[in-house]
Design a protein around this ligand. Sequence first.
Ligand code: ADP
Length: 258
Amino acid sequence: SQAALHQAQKMEAIGQLTGGVAHDFNNVLQIIGGNLQLLKLIGGVNDNARARIDTALAGVERGARLAAHLLAFARRQPLQAVVIDPSVALTEMEDMLRRVLGPQAEIVTDIGPRLWSTAVDPSQLHNVILNLAINARDAMPNGGTLTLRARNVPQGSPQLAEVGDVDYVMIEVADTGKGMPPEVLQRAFEPFFTTKPTGQGTGLGLSMAYGFVKQSGGEILLKSSPGEGTSVRIFLRRSSQAPAHDDDAAVTALFGGV
Ligand code: ADP
């Protein structure tokens, strides 16, 4: 539709702009960080100075993480895609979900049988699900249910009308939280768009999810109704290859992430 086209063009333009800024910003941070590291090695640096250098380095690291999120949104971050079995990857995230959601929320995992394999960067997929879980937690301050669902969605399925007609593995994170009014829903993927208090939200969670999914050749759909809850559905293309061995995935998770 016209509205969807306009939205896609807007996201493309924001991506171009943020990608350029984040890239340059990151280069500046690398220069600052590298020199701070060198300073620490120089003789005669006392403990007080060393502590200040460490504080500055922590700031550089935080900036680098923000830049990485922006680059993920702008699709300029190299992904280390490997063929994974989504049911294995998602099952491994259950502990993380529990930690993020805390004791008062219920977690339901509903991972379909014999899921197709898909080629993604496992550490980035982990980051995305983590960010979605944080959003679900923030939307359910008085408790509720987070559902992590995964299904094969074969070509020809009616629910593919909005995303393109190929074989997909669908991963959904749904919550029973406060939901989003239309004006928030419309801007939710924009980098730096947040309704959370300063210090609590960066506005980068959904934008990096968007960038990750697009760069992986997939689609992302956001549905939300105020007072009822929110669902984020990620459609990843079916891979014809068998999943890589766990060892390979572990190596990528260790060295491929940010
Ligand atoms: P952040 O979480 O740092 O604000 P995001 O990009 O992840 O950044 O989300 C942008 C905004 O979208 C949030 O501030 C919030 O208003 C809204 N939002 C995202 N996820 C949810 C959710 N599960 N329920 C309700 N609102 C949400």
